[in-house]
Design a protein around this ligand. Structure first.
Ligand SMILES: Cc1cc2nc3c(=O)[nH]c(=O)nc-3n(C[C@H](O)[C@H](O)[C@H](O)COP(=O)(O)O)c2cc1C
Length: 522
């Protein structure tokens, strides 16, 4: 033994390096079969794979310019990070955007901004910005709900996101008076930390499913009774990143906790199909909405990405005829995010938010139905300028998913589908989650929302309005070329939104249906 050890220690370091290289070369040429490049160029071929694997980081940190990256460029990410940390989020020297570029948005400012007196709700709280409409008011639901914040956390499940991320988001929305949408994976203890919750029902009915996988009304009623912080229910028809595509939760990701929350067995993959089993046409969907609204007393809405309009027209006709239907509609843009989706779906199926929303709004406007629906937009709208455009087009609230993730530390590594999220946000790895400090991250989400609302109010005042619901299509212009060709939204998208019946911020503040934890503490 000593002889062997003596012999090994007598070999110099460069001889070891040589031996290792020879072993790698033998493996590359004679043993491995999967990589042609390594076979044809032993040893050096590995550099190609290594450089390719760190390419995204090299581009993100060194090469890409400030406005180049997608889905969110460096300026957008930087604005969210700085806003969430309450750091200086201004930019010096003027915009670095090409404001003559195609599709650039302009907000027409008034000669004199809207002026508030010292008793105005926004003089007392610069980020007080509730929704101008009440969910469920028209349909006389037993528990109508006015979201206390026009920006809220979009559907993302426990399973897709880590426990610590969900807990941070929920505690954050409580601090910002916003709501937290559970996503398809059911209600978890991490969603139950003080924030208003919108319970999301996907095709898998996770959390409210019977043993055979069908929807269980009894389970939903019990869930709502036990958790009064559930303020509304959203039935998911589709999402922008993968409309018409069901999901798979691999057996390896189903922990005991997830299996209990989702009411699914352990040890086997769980499929959420493309279609609902509880309804299969527009009329049955409306009956389903009315049934759960009646049984739970809550406002019920639907979420969808937009493509063909014929079934939406059928829905509008039925709503007009029966006086029934969804209390809110969440329109997700084709640019929307996901935990995992095939690129062919994410890139091509469904319209981008502006086109999809414009088409859909017109359908309901033609039937005179817009006042009874709260329109929610999602799809990279978590920036005040883009939100102003969305409100001008008819949105009443916005939901944000990836912007919320970034506020709690997501670095846009784009590996949500691998369970290896380096920021601990989109992973079930206990080790990776350990870095998330929940009190700190919940403050950051809340601060991002507060900064967003404060800047949105300032933009609204600059345009001469008190509340963003007053934006009209003529207030925003979109560049289609030079100024003679730049068109107001009403010209580009061929409609004008119906005026929202807004009286004053004070009336919204006094509304008995106002959500959020500060409602009893005005
Ligand atoms: C990690 C992750 C998980 C998501 N899970 C769901 C889901 O369970 N149900 C759903 O309807 N949408 C889901 N979405 C889509 C978002 O709710 C949202 O509609 C979309 O990302 C657009 O918003 P954004 O541009 O602010 O991210 C998810 C998105 C992400 C990034």
């Amino acid at each position: 033994m000593t002889v062997i050890l003596d012999f090994l220690s007598s070999i110099s370091w460069w001889a070891w390096v040589l031996i290792i290289l020879i072993i790698v070369a033998i493996r590359d040429i004679f043993i491995q079969r999967s990589h042609t490049i390594s076979h044809n160029f032993p040893i050096v071929g590995h550099f190609r794979y290594w450089l390719e694997s760190i390419g995204p980081e090299l581009r993100q940190y060194l090469v890409a310019n400030n406005r180049e990256e997608l889905p969110f460029n460096r300026i957008e990410r930087g604005w969210i990070y700085a806003s969430a940390k309450k750091e200086n989020n201004y930019e010096g020297f003027g915009t670095d955007r090409d404001i003559y570029a195609h599709q650039h948005i302009f907000i027409n400012n008034a000669m004199f901004p809207f002026k508030i007196n010292e008793k105005h709700p926004n003089a007392l709280d610069k980020s007080f910005l509730p929704c101008a409409k009440v969910m469920g008011e028209f349909n006389k639901r037993k528990k109508p709900y006015r979201p206390a914040s026009i920006i809220n956390v979009s559907a993302m499940s426990f399973g897709s996101l880590s426990a610590k991320a969900i807990e941070s988001l929920n505690k954050g929305v409580a601090l910002a008076d916003a709501y937290h949408n559970t996503g398809e994976g059911g209600l978890s203890p991490y969603h139950s930390n003080g924030g208003d919750v919108v319970f999301h029902i996907g095709t898998g009915y996770f959390g409210v499913r019977a043993d055979d996988g069908s929807f269980s009304l009894e389970k939903l009623k019990t869930l709502v009774e036990k958790n009064p912080f559930i303020r509304a229910i959203e039935v998911k028809l589709s999402q922008g990143a993968k409309p018409g595509k069901g999901g798979v939760l691999p057996a390896s990701k189903i922990t005991k906790e997830i299996s209990e929350i989702r009411h699914v067995p352990m040890g086997q993959d769980v499929l959420s199909p493309p279609n609902h089993s509880a309804f299969s046409n527009v009329k049955e969907m409306v009956d389903f909405i009315e049934l759960i609204a009646e049984e739970t007393g809550l406002p019920v809405g639907i979420k969808a990405a937009i493509g063909k309009l014929n079934q939406w027209k059928e829905l509008a006709d039925l709503m007009k005829k029966t006086g029934k239907g969804p209390d809110f509609i969440t329109v997700d843009g084709g640019e929307g995010g996901t935990g995992a989706a095939p690129p062919s779906f994410a890139d091509h199926v469904s319209l981008p938010w502006v086109y999809g929303f414009g088409d859909l709004y017109k359908v309901f406007k033609e039937k005179g139905l817009t006042e009874r629906i709260v329109f929610i937009g999602s799809g990279k709208l978590g920036f005040p300028g883009k939100a102003a455009m969305a409100f001008a087009m008819g949105a009443d609230c916005i939901n944000v998913a990836r912007e919320a993730m970034m506020s709690i530390g997501c670095i846009q590594a784009q590996v949500c589908h691998t369970n290896r999220c380096p920021a601990g946000v989109a992973t079930q790895s206990k080790w990776l989650q350990k870095g998330i400090d929940v009190p700190l991250k919940s403050e950051r989400l809340a601060q991002y929302f507060k900064t967003f609302k404060k800047e949105f109010i300032e933009i609204t005042h600059a345009a001469g309005y008190e509340h963003p619901c007053q934006f009209t299509m003529d207030d925003i212009e979109v560049n289609v070329d030079d100024h003679n060709l730049s068109k107001q939204l009403s010209g580009t998208y061929q409609y004008n939104k119906v005026a929202v019946p807004f009286t004053s911020m004070q009336d919204l503040k006094d509304c008995i249906h106002l959500g959020g934890i500060k409602k009893n503490n005005k």
